[in-house]
Design a protein around this ligand. Structure first.
Ligand code: PXP
Length: 237
């Protein structure tokens, strides 16, 4: 069974549009659990544009499913994560001006810093995942650093518009799964997945969990969050 991790950042985005206390991503996470979410993901960005420390703390205390914290290697965010001890930490690159995470982490260029950070997180009992593009050299570097998981960036596959590009991007992801399995890495995937493109990705061999945010929260505006999550769950094998 492929697990569904629901990213509730966008609930906090709506809250921050008004600068008040609702809608609350913690309440949303509880509804997502009721809809069958196997995990909850939030990204504590350096600019705190949506999720805040308060949300992460309350989520850790409230939800029954594992909490996955996405983060960049900024010192104060690392310290906070080590204190909160989420079930897992997914390291992502972060750019101030981006609307959402634009690509995978450059594990090779950041090898030295990642080495220390991964050791510190694993020593604290936090499972480490690296969000990377479907690129053989990056996957091998993730394995050499001892990360337990990679999360394969599916954004380019999801953004592809012509059939040829879709096929090429899909085969890169397929190959990435084979490389990761050969390196004994466990495999998650996510970014840009929706109700139409998820099925093909969900059938990839060795895939454990998909992290999905935008499409579920968008659908929830029309049908409610519990139902939106259940509909996505029903598309997973
Ligand atoms: N995985 C990672 C590492 C992400 O940064 C995001 C976006 O926050 C997602 C998955 C979910 O992407 P989407 O909102 O497009 O489903």
């Amino acid at each position: 069974m492929v697990k569904l991790g629901v990213n509730v950042d966008h609930v906090a985005t709506v809250r921050e549009a008004r600068g008040i206390t609702e809608p609350d991503p913690v309440a949303a996470a509880v509804l997502a659990e009721l809809g069958g979410a196997d995990g909850i993901t939030v990204h504590l960005r350096e600019d705190r544009r949506h999720i805040k420390e308060r949300d992460v703390k309350l989520l850790k205390e409230t939800i029954k499913v594992p909490l996955n914290l996405e983060l960049a290697m900024a010192p104060e965010i690392l310290d906070f994560a080590l204190a909160i001890k989420p079930h897992s930490a997914t390291f992502v690159p972060e750019k101030r001006a981006e609307l959402t995470t634009e690509g995978g982490l450059d594990v090779i260029a950041n090898r030295q810093r990642l080495q220390t950070v991964i050791e510190n997180f694993q020593a604290a009992g936090i499972i480490v995942s690296l969000f990377i593009d479907p690129d053989e050299a990056q996957i091998e570097a993730a394995a050499e650093l001892g990360a337990q998981f990679i999360e394969i960036h599916t954004g380019r596959y999801c953004d592809a518009t012509c059939e040829n590009d879709v096929r090429n991007e899909f085969s890169l992801i397929e190959q990435a799964c084979i490389t990761a399995a050969n390196c004994d890495l466990r495999i998650n995937a996510g970014h840009g997945l929706n109700y139409r493109n998820v099925s093909q990705i969900a059938r990839l061999p060795g895939l454990e969990e998909l992290n999905i945010g935008h499409s579920i929260i968008a659908r929830a505006v029309y049908v409610g969050l519990e139902r939106a999550v259940r509909e996505m769950k029903n598309l997973l094998p």
